[in-house]
Design a protein. Structure first.
Length: 83
């Protein structure tokens, strides 16, 4: 094996090690955040599952878009959609 090929092989080995180390760190972070999210509802300001208010059918299908509201008019005026 020539010196150049040996250098290339060493660099590839280094990059593989860095990649595997990064993947392991990412997996550890994801696992730790999953545990934190699972216990997240226990906080004092959170609502426990099953107690949260559910939307009824009328609330779920009601119109929420208000075309003449100030926010919508400002959006279209700012972006110059329409006329």
């Amino acid at each position: 094996m020539s010196r150049t090929e040996k250098n290339v092989a060493e660099r590839r080995g280094l990059l593989k090690a860095l990649g595997l180390g990064g993947a392991a760190a990412a997996a550890t972070t994801v696992a730790a955040s999953g545990v934190a999210e699972a216990a997240d509802w226990v906080r004092a300001d959170a609502v426990a599952p099953g107690i949260a208010r559910k939307e009824n059918e009328a609330e779920r299908v009601k119109a929420r878009y208000q075309a003449n509201s100030a926010e919508v008019q400002a959006f279209y005026r700012t972006n110059r959609y329409g006329s």
